[in-house]
Write a protein that binds this ligand. Sequence first.
Ligand SMILES: Cc1cc2nc3c(=O)[nH]c(=O)nc-3n(C[C@H](O)[C@H](O)[C@H](O)COP(=O)(O)OP(=O)(O)OC[C@H]3O[C@@H](n4cnc5c(N)ncnc54)[C@H](O)[C@@H]3O)c2cc1C
Length: 490
Amino acid sequence: MSESPEHFDVLIVGAGISGLGAAYHLGQQCPDKSFVILEALDGFGGTWWTHRYPGVRSDSDLFTFGYRFKPWRGAPLATSEEILKYLGEVIEENDLDRHIRYRHRITSAEWSSDHRRWTISAARLDTEEVVSFTAGFLWMCQGYYRHSQGYTPEWEGLEDFGGQVVHPQTWPADIDYAGKKVVVIGSGATAATLIPAIADQAGHVTMLQRSPTFFFVRPNTNELADTLRELDIPEEWTHEIVRRKIVHDQDAITKLSFDAPEMLRQFLIDTIKPLLPEGFDVDRHFNPAYRPWQQRIAVLPDGDLFKAMKAGQASVVTDQIVRFNPTGIELASGEALDADIVITATGFDLSVLGDIEFCIDDEPLDFAGTVTYRGMMFTGVPNLAYVFGYFRASWTLRAELISDFVCRLLNEMDQKGSTMVVPALREEEAEMALGPWVDPDNFNPGYLTRSLHLMPKQGDRDPWRLLHEYSVEKELLPKADLDDGTLLFK
Ligand SMILES: Cc1cc2nc3c(=O)[nH]c(=O)nc-3n(C[C@H](O)[C@H](O)[C@H](O)COP(=O)(O)OP(=O)(O)OC[C@H]3O[C@@H](n4cnc5c(N)ncnc54)[C@H](O)[C@@H]3O)c2cc1C
């Protein structure tokens, strides 16, 4: 380990869309701060670097998934290559590359109140050295899931299966599915993207789901953007106007999902019915038991998944897996599915804080024992901000609001001459009711419910809640009172 670690005012964990955005805003709003981004992977992009399965693309529009400061010039939904190109331009245009250290996987972070700094250890994946850094402030942009492997449930007999088993998160470059019988387990956004992308070449693709998902079919165009572009309106304006329109429309849909869920359910079902083969049992396969938006609604550009089904290249089975056998999967209904390849689109392994071991003044930190301050800081954890985006709207909308907040906080600390800021419950909040990080009644995808016990708690009032509405937070956060006694400056 090096004798005198390199020191930075701010250390950013991760060079995904959140970390790169954090670096951009830090450069703009706190130009005197030194900073570094440590990234475990070989390149930038996070999610868009890791996921390489056929057809991988965004599920939200890039007007809002892209940054507010860089206009999106393409179609609303984008492929991972397009997103990586966009992020590459952000790096180049803002000279961020010199701040990024790739192949640095952070393993531990220790805070010292005496020294008012974090000491961070990272394993260098190229040289296998352990290197350390110190930093005044730690900005966690590690995303929400483990990049090295996806989540695969345990199934009886899997070891007996004679075919190939693949998780989309670790997609083998040399996989050959041409003419093969493929079963995709799962029906979330990943399955819905992958199936139409491989259906042409594969012999047949079966989507095997335990329970249905809501799908929203729409063309991959934005009429307003097209009109504004036709009128030769500056791209910056188009970007901002289209963002506002999308946020406005999404708010209306979210509101409908709470106020009139059955109406929204019917609308979603009615739009997909005509796209499916004659006599298709829509209720069985595409009418979930949960309320629309209680889990993410997967977007199907031009109904591509249903086109593959109508063409007979793909089909759906709603059933439970009993066990694997040498040739495929046995189901609870008594049916069996033969398969050459099984793709487990079964989701993520939640990683609360990048699998980093945290210590505060020599005490190991149990994040589940903390209470969140505005879903971005934690009680008893000094000089640390954490990025967790929206579920129902683009992740980046929240990441950028957090960026503004962190920069304001850092500037406030400088003004106060303080070197430490830590959230703490006020006396009147000591007995406040605490609940899980996300209320399962509000949003309950599998990767979250499996791991909620690892996440920090939230309280029953601001600023101790994680809010989910961009339109609310965009008003609230810029005005949040830093001197209301919930942040202790030292
Ligand atoms: C296929 C797919 C499609 C998606 N589409 C959308 C969408 O359309 N809209 C949307 O809002 N959300 C979408 N999401 C969710 C998506 O992950 C986030 O919106 C967004 O990409 C998260 O960006 P991030 O930078 O916060 O995290 P990530 O993209 O996960 O990047 C985090 C980075 O931190 C690094 N890191 C983590 N731990 C460490 C460590 N200990 N040391 C060093 N580096 C570390 C990782 O290597 C990674 O590069 C999608 C997710 C997937 C998997």
